[in-house]
Design a protein around this ligand. Structure first.
Ligand code: F6R
Length: 242
């Protein structure tokens, strides 16, 4: 695992954006795995800037998002499809048909999960998977104790994740308790993984991911098995590392 520490989240996001931009320039038909959440917002802003200022071309890029809440339609403001459209896709020249987010309102959710895996394979696999990190060590919505070989499936959100993400829903009750997420096995199949984590709330999870034993209690520790995993941190998130 390659660990890169920058002074702050701003510098970390700029570096991560640079890595993604280089891939898109080198391989215009790249397949990107994307994440939502607070952490990558600045990174998406920088990619939008590069598109506008330097003509970074997304017209042939394909994307697959990690996860989506079960039961939220794409027009719901808290759905991840909505997040991606508002914070990234509508500001760049990507072909919407090439953007994939699991459908949390599919009539047959299990069939949707299997189809999502098939779509990734049909696209040639993911060249680079962007990841954030949950305070409990989750990646995607793969919560502690889940299988480290899991594939895209429906997962129950942990108490900690519900607490961490419920503010935007107004209350715990109005928040979905299930999500479709790529599995750890799906994530490890990506040719490269790029995880970004910033701030002291992530220090403990970073320590367990990088230095802790490989354990389903910290799903992100599975990245220790990946031949090409890059972790970009700020000083705060890296504070617990030896
Ligand atoms: C989001 C995702 C989650 C987040 C994680 C961190 O698509 O898969 O694993 O990356 O919960 O969220 P933030 O960035 O909001 O701290």
């Amino acid at each position: 695992m390659e660990v890169i520490i920058r002074d702050d989240a701003e510098a970390g996001c700029l570096l991560a954006a640079k890595i993604i931009a280089k891939l898109v320039r080198d391989k215009p038909h790249a397949v990107l795995g994307l994440a939502t959440g607070r952490t990558p917002l600045r990174l998406y802003q920088e990619l939008i800037r590069l598109h506008r200022a330097e003509g970074l071309d997304f017209s042939r890029v394909t994307t697959f998002n990690l996860d989506e809440y079960v039961g939220l339609p794409s027009e719901h403001e808290q759905s991840y499809r909505y997040f991606m459209r508002e914070n990234f896709f509508r500001h760049i020249n990507i072909d919407q048909v090439r953007t994939h987010v699991p459908n949390g309102t599919a009539a047959d959710l299990h069939a949707e999960c299997r189809a999502y895996e098939e779509r990734i394979v049909a696209a040639g696999g993911i060249d680079l998977q962007l990841l954030g990190l949950g305070r409990n060590g989750h990646i995607g919505f793969n919560e502690p104790t889940g299988s480290l070989r899991s594939r895209t499936w429906i997962k129950i959100l942990s108490e900690q994740t519900l607490q961490d993400n419920s503010d935007v829903f107004g209350s715990l009750e109005s928040m979905p308790h299930h999500a479709i997420t790529m599995g750890i096995g799906t994530i490890l199949d990506a040719k490269r993984c790029l995880l970004i984590a910033f701030g002291p709330s992530k220090t403990r999870a970073v320590e367990r991911m990088v230095e802790g034993p490989l354990s389903s209690m910290c799903p992100a520790s599975a990245l220790q098995l990946h031949p090409r995993a890059t972790v970009v941190l700020d000083e705060g998130a890296a504070a617990g590392l030896e």
